[in-house]
Write a protein that binds this ligand. Structure first.
Ligand code: SF4
Length: 344
């Protein structure tokens, strides 16, 4: 019996080796986008289906296979599953939870451009994501009004050209790396022609969700830009960092990019000091420095993820007992109207 299993396993292995690895675009197009398929794929009891459907009706489910592979089967408490499984609680509307918690609508001087802080602007380089995180503060963002064509990008680029105090362009989304490399290479070329721009920052979850996104085409335009590069990844739990993610990060680093991470403090995902310490250790093993630990932005549909500020401060105090200073993320809240994030 044991022998049969070994033979079957080795046949499967050689079959896999002979298969062509799907591109990141193919992996994205095959992502699970149906709550029932998600529950079945992960062996969840049918009790979860009604809630998953209700949450999905408010914000579509989207999880690619490369991420699903890291979720334990039939474990409703899996910390990665909690980030992607829609729940009935998303329909609750507690006081203070709103559709635009950061009031970004007040800071859009041009289509696709958000200018909140001195010296840097944010460009919505793609309206799409490779995964839909249930706690996302942009889950209600009007992407259809902020997806410029090349011609429309000129207005945003003119804005950058005319303000010599802007030194940094931040590609955001959605997930900016969900855009094609042709589009991104064009946009970065436009940005590097603006003399006062020094830095390109990319906020992305794609190298974590589909590590194959870090392919030669991406590495080509990223390595060749004159701008200093910072890639801010978004990882909330150590289990998200498998070997494929470690390898993707190594490829990104070869372009000369600095790798940082920002996490969101989430109930039942990473709300213990031990979990956060593991995360920082794992990030460093992958060549990433912990940067921010955000408390939840009060976006409608995500209140069940909230960890109160007092508890967050206590957690970070405990974390200091576990970690050297350079592995400590900064605990912050984003408050609309302030000139920077607010340390807690
Ligand atoms: S990848 Fe980022 S922008 Fe997209 S849903 Fe997740 S948190 Fe939101």
């Amino acid at each position: 019996m044991q022998e049969n299993i070994i033979i079957a396993a080795s046949e499967t292995q050689s079959h896999r080796c002979s298969m062509v690895q799907p591109t990141w675009q193919q992996q994205l197009s095959h992502a699970i986008r149906d709550p029932q398929a998600l529950c079945e794929r992960l062996g969840l009891s049918s009790d979860w289906l009604a809630g998953a459907q209700a949450g999905h009706d408010l914000f579509d489910v989207c999880v690619p296979e490369a991420y699903l592979n890291r979720i334990a089967y039939a474990d409703i408490d899996d910390p990665l599953l909690r980030q992607v499984l829609p729940l009935g609680e998303e329909a609750l509307t507690p006081h203070g939870y709103v559709v635009d918690p950061l009031e970004e609508a007040d800071h859009r001087p041009a289509k696709g451009l958000i200018h909140k802080y001195a010296g840097r602007v944010l460009l919505i380089a793609s309206p799409n994501c490779a995964i839909n995180c249930r706690y996302c503060f942009r889950r209600h963002f009007p992407y259809s009004d902020n997806s410029p064509s090349r011609t429309q990008w000129q207005e945003a680029l003119d804005y950058l050209r005319s303000d010599t105090t802007i030194h940094e362009a931040i590609l955001s989304g959605g997930d900016p790396l969900a855009a094609s490399d042709r589009q991104l290479a064009w946009l970065v070329e436009q940005l590097e022609s603006i003399p006062h721009l020094k830095r390109l920052r990319i906020h992305t979850r794609l190298p974590v969700v589909i590590p194959d996104r870090v392919d030669d085409a991406l590495l080509g335009w990223l390595a060749s830009t004159r701008l200093q590069k910072v890639v801010v990844l978004h990882i909330n739990h150590a289990n998200e960092v498998d070997q494929a993610v470690v390898d993707a990060c190594a490829r990104l680093k070869q372009t000369g990019a600095t790798l940082l991470n920002q996490s969101v403090l989430l109930r039942d995902v990473n709300d213990t000091a031990a979990t956060l310490a593991n995360l920082s250790e794992r990030l460093f093993e992958a060549g990433i420095l912990p940067y921010y630990l955000h408390v939840l932005d009060p976006v409608q549909g995500a209140a069940h993820f909230d960890v109160p500020d007092e508890e967050a401060r206590e957690l970070v105090a405990q974390l200091r007992d576990h970690l050297p200073g350079f592995l400590m993320p900064r605990l912050v809240r984003e408050i609309p109207g302030r000139g920077s994030k607010t340390p807690l």
